[in-house]
Design a protein. Structure first.
Length: 627
């Protein structure tokens, strides 16, 4: 790759092509991104937007009534002069004379108004008490939550429900007893004498200025009455994921259109006959869109920092977004090489958008389960914007799989960026087989391609772990053993993904007559592919950087790459050798089936998946019985 040629092609892409996007479309896209940023920033900041329920309840109350200030302080209520008599019902949901409700609620709306007014009264009273100089007298009990990772099993005290680790007199400030009484021996610690809570005021919010709405929704409560406590909700992650991911969808639409236009009417033939290499052409046409996506992320991060919403934002957030942007572009590039028309490209880009947005979005929801959350690089963005420290191992675990997968997809797509493949009208499945068979040079290609596909396998299995994690609490009785639904399903996904990765390129070789369709050849290719995966699957140990193997579902997914701690030595030795036999046998089954055509391949890979699942399930059950 020559930088001079690459930059020249990038300049041509910006000035002459730009995906066929005209000025009007660019203006609409810019306004949409700007509006999205304003809405998201307002949502995170927790203010400035008109409430959807503003003024939906009419309350009749005199200014002399103590309830007047309650209704006036809540935008949900529309304050009116009280209407007496029969007319009060249709015209006002609530009517007060002093502190007396004049009419009992009859309609659902009136009952809802009364319930909302009760909550508003409680909040108003809390605000009044909060202004008192003697806060200890106003709130005899205050609670501060700190969510901490649990390193080992907790021994629950059946008398109190606590974990036996509390300190009633000099704890870390989890509970503040105003009168100096003992905070109890449960899960919370009591600080004597109305102290300031020691170091327990730390919560998950970090450095982001999310406002009261963000604090309420995210569960990051600095301190308050027990009524202030709400379960943690990943409001920050949801909004920030939305804010960083949506602009990428605009970018890949333009990029996909540009790449596909090269294949229509043989337009790209002009570049193919130039001295520039395929790497120069692909890199030059991709560079402007990559810089655009990363630039938008940098602008978003800078805006959040300058406005004070996330003053801790730094270039780390931009670096974390870059692999995701590259993954979006690489998948779109492959889609543009596979699609035969803009209609087909639309279907491909929508599939890419949904799939990759889920990959970036879903894991970031589990903010209280760090190993799961770190599957998505957007978790690093949230951590950086909220002022949390990021370890190098965590950064590597989140960014390495999407980065390597993006490079893999570019490499696979580049195999079709030649005259004999670009301008042919073949279906998407056949194009996939073509790009795999294009990498086959000898029998050892079965070993090589299986190793090369490892990043794609890692990303697929990590995404499956994130999606199935919520099912890890559902118990099942499978073949007389107690397992969770999440573990059973992850074992199925692992078997399907790994068997496809070991066999699809072998089938492509048979389809394109790169291999001899004999039993001896099939067995040899199966052994080579299985050996390649056995060597490559040790790369799954990257999951240990985020302690993903500490979760049951993570341990089940990674059991082929490592041996659980505490396993007896003789079992550990067997477990290190059995995967080699498994992968060679199952890959050979699929390879033999592939010699019989599509139907034979489907039967072969189906049988290989069943064997793989049976092996994994047996190992998980046996190891759990010994450990």
């Amino acid at each position: 790759m020559q930088p001079r040629k690459l930059l020249r092609i990038a300049k041509w892409e910006v000035t002459k092509n730009a995906g066929g996007v005209d000025k009007r479309t660019i203006v609409v896209m810019a306004l949409a991104i700007l509006a999205m940023g304003v809405v998201a920033a307002t949502a995170v900041g927790g203010g400035g937007a008109a409430a959807l329920d503003q003024g939906i309840y009419r309350v009749g109350v005199e200014q002399s009534s103590p309830y007047y200030a309650v209704a006036a302080s809540d935008s949900t209520f529309q304050v009116q002069q009280p209407v007496s008599g029969v007319a009060a019902g249709p015209r006002q949901e609530l009517t007060f004379e002093g502190t007396t409700l004049q009419h009992a609620p009859r309609t659902p709306k009136q009952r809802a108004a009364l319930a909302e007014f009760g909550g508003s009264t409680e909040r108003y009273n809390d605000e009044l008490l909060g202004r008192d100089d003697n806060r200890t007298a106003a709130f005899p009990v205050t609670v501060t939550l700190r969510y901490a990772e649990q390193d080992g099993p907790s021994l629950v005290d059946p008398r109190t429900g606590g974990d036996g680790t509390t300190d009633g007199g000099s704890g870390d400030g989890s509970t503040d007893g105003g009168s100096g009484t003992d905070g109890g021996d449960g899960a919370s610690d009591g600080a004597a004498g109305g102290g300031d809570g020691g170091d327990g005021a730390a919560s998950g919010g970090g450095g982001a200025n999310l406002g009261s709405l963000g604090a309420r929704l995210s569960g990051d409560v600095d301190g308050g009455t027990p009524g202030d406590i709400s379960p943690p909700f990943p409001f920050e992650s949801l909004v920030l994921a939305f804010l960083y991911i949506v602009p990428m969808n605009f970018v890949i639409q333009a990029y996909g259109s540009s790449m596909l236009s090269e294949r229509l009417n043989r337009r790209g033939e002009l570049l193919l006959v130039t001295p520039a290499s395929r790497a120069d052409i692909i890199g030059g046409k991709t560079l402007p869109y990559l810089l655009g996506a990363v630039g938008v992320a940098a602008v978003i991060t800078g805006a959040l920092r300058l406005t004070g919403i996330a003053p801790s934002g730094s270039p780390i957030a931009v670096l974390a977004v870059a692999p995701v942007a590259l993954l979006f572009l690489s998948a779109t590039f492959c889609g543009a090489m596979f699609a035969r028309s803009f209609k087909e490209l639309t279907f491909v880009t929508v599939t890419i958008t949904v799939t990759l947005t889920s990959y970036a979005f879903v894991p970031a929801i589990f903010t209280d389960v760090t190993p799961i959350a770190l599957i998505s690089p957007l978790t690093l963005v949230v951590m950086d914007l909220t002022g949390q420290s990021i370890e190098l191992a965590e950064f590597a675990f989140s960014t390495a799989p999407p980065l390597l997968t993006a490079l893999l997809l570019f490499g696979l797509g580049a195999g079709l960026y030649r005259e004999e493949d670009m301008f042919t009208q073949r279906s998407i499945p056949l194009k996939v087989l073509d790009t795999l068979s294009g990498r086959i040079n000898s029998r050892w290609s079965a070993f090589k391609i299986t190793v090369i596909l490892l990043p794609l396998i890692i990303v697929a299995e990590l995404v499956a772990i994130a999606f199935l994690f919520v099912l890890d609490s559902v118990s099942l009785n499978v073949f007389g053993t107690n397992q969770t639904l999440g573990i059973v399903l992850i074992l199925v996904v692992v078997a399907v993904v790994e068997e496809l990765a070991k066999s699809l390129h072998v089938y492509a070789g048979y389809t394109n007559a790169k291999y001899e369709a004999t039993l001896r050849s099939a067995l040899g290719l199966g052994v080579l592919s299985g050996l390649g995966f056995f060597v490559a699957e040790k790369g799954l140990l990257i999951a240990r950087l985020a302690n993903l193997d500490t979760l049951p579902i993570g341990e089940a997914a990674l059991q082929g790459a490592s041996v659980p701690a505490g396993t007896p030595l003789w079992i550990a030795g067997v477990l290190l050798l059995l995967p080699l036999a498994l992968h060679t046998v199952t890959a050979s089954i699929s390879s033999v089936g592939a010699t019989r055509g599509l139907r034979g391949y489907l039967l072969g890979i189906g049988l290989a998946i069943l064997v793989h699942f049976a092996y994994n399930f047996t190992v998980v059950t046996a190891v759990s019985g010994y450990v």
